[in-house]
Design a protein around this ligand. Sequence first.
Ligand code: FES
Length: 174
Amino acid sequence: MTEVNTPEKVEFSPETLKKAQEIIARYPEGRQKSALLPILHLAQNEWNWLSAPVMDYVAGLLSIQPIEVYEVATFYTMFQIEPVGKYVLEVCRTGPCCLRGAENIIDYLEDKLGTKVGGTTSDGMFTLKTVECLAACGFAPVLQVRLKKEDGNYIYYENLTPEKIDNLIATEWV
Ligand code: FES
């Protein structure tokens, strides 16, 4: 599967470690846990998903217990705690998006990708998920994707149609 690994020895790259240390330094001694969310985002960007060794490494960096990391990583849907594809397509399934055809978009993606919600395509390119309101209801239906080239930021794709999906798969998510 693409960009998925569970290295025996987990360590941030020097550039990522520098960013992590800058973030941790924003908080007083003994309050490093406050940096947990941004550090988890850095970790996910580095390894694509948060394996147990990765979460243990984050706990060590922040001088907290691994369980404190697991609790947070398993609570937020944006953190991937199982291997995922290169692109994780997170389709909003809340009311306004449903009224504007989100269920059709989900069905279309399942057919097009050949995988159900929660699954990953056999080539490791796409994981399909559903999420709650992405706060872009005026542009429904909406999905978000975390793109490496955008340094881990999420990009929203709005007013989705099957034609837009076809175009994105052919030209943008490659
Ligand atoms: S309901 Fe989909 S973005 Fe709010």
